[in-house]
Design a protein around this ligand. Structure first.
Ligand code: SF4
Ligand code: SF4
Ligand code: FES
Length: 250
């Protein structure tokens, strides 16, 4: 066991500040273990959100030394022996108390997305899809809704354009639906307009912080942007559609 220095943000929507603690840290501990120890021994009213402690529920998102991370998956041995560890709530969403934020804006975005609409049955009365198409959308299904990508995206973090851009988490939900081989819905107009695909300038910050290693930008957002360009800006395709009729899906 060794004493470490932790600076933990304490406060609520009206303001707050960092409080310093010196917990005993043992081998194998993660940041969430240390926060629990602080809660048990020094600050019983410290608010922390967590559930699984296994990197699967997406609840324990915080910023640790300035980087968005899951506290249950951040091992203490990733820091230097004398390094001060600073833990604060994710910046992009309003604080409720201490390390707990109100992430309900994300659930409102989710509700705006048109759900899966199955294609009609084939002539043999069945629906079929190829394994490679399944593999393609499987990646997006790994999302644990930790919202770390939402936290780091500069469009909603620094520019506060929550009114114009749904953020990377919902771009990959849209990608998962749009690329689903059996989906028959058309979401390209909303992706361009209400969901604001044009505001993403593919900096890949979201991909860098995703704990599920989803290639958000290259596999999700860029293909959606390409579909928007095909639909609205490709002159040959526009003429083709005018001459031969509108093709809904891209
Ligand atoms: S790549 Fe796009 S969605 Fe991801 S962080 Fe950058 S601007 Fe945001
Ligand atoms: S895409 Fe990755 S970073 Fe974003 S919410 Fe899902 S799991 Fe978290
Ligand atoms: S507690 Fe579930 S992801 Fe960390």
């Amino acid at each position: 066991m060794a004493k470490r220095t932790f600076r933990v943000w304490r406060g609520d929507a009206s303001g707050g500040d960092f409080q310093t603690f010196h917990p005993e840290v043992g081998e194998g501990m993660v940041v969430l273990d240390v926060l629990h120890q602080i809660q048990a021994k020094e600050a019983g009213d410290l608010a922390i959100r967590w559930n699984c402690k296994a990197g699967k529920c997406g609840s324990c998102s915080v910023e640790i030394n300035g980087r968005p991370r899951l506290s249950c998956m951040t091992r203490m041995n990733t820091f230097g022996a004398d390094e001060t560890i600073t833990v604060q709530p994710v910046k992009t969403f309003p604080v409720i108390k201490d390390l707990v934020c109100d992430v309900s804006w994300n659930y409102q975005q989710n509700k705006r997305i048109k759900p899966f609409k199955p294609k009609p049955l084939g002539p043999d009365g069945k629906r079929r899809m190829y394994q490679e198409d399944v593999n393609r959308v499987q990646e997006f299904r790994k999302c644990i809704e930790c919202f770390l990508c939402q936290d780091v995206c500069h469009v909603i973090r620094d520019r506060d354009r929550k009114d114009k851009f749904v953020g990377p988490r919902f771009m990959i939900r849209l990608a998962g639906l749009e690329m689903h081989p059996l989906d028959d819905e058309d979401r390209i107009p909303e992706i361009k307009k209400e969901f604001g695909s044009g505001l993403c300038n593919i900096t890949r910050c979201c991909t860098e912080v995703c704990p599920e290693h989803i290639n958000i930008t290259d596999n999700g957002i860029i293909p959606l942007k390409e579909r928007v360009v095909d639909r609205y800006y490709d002159p040959l395709k526009i003429i083709g559609r005018k001459l031969f009729g509108i093709r809904k899906r891209t």
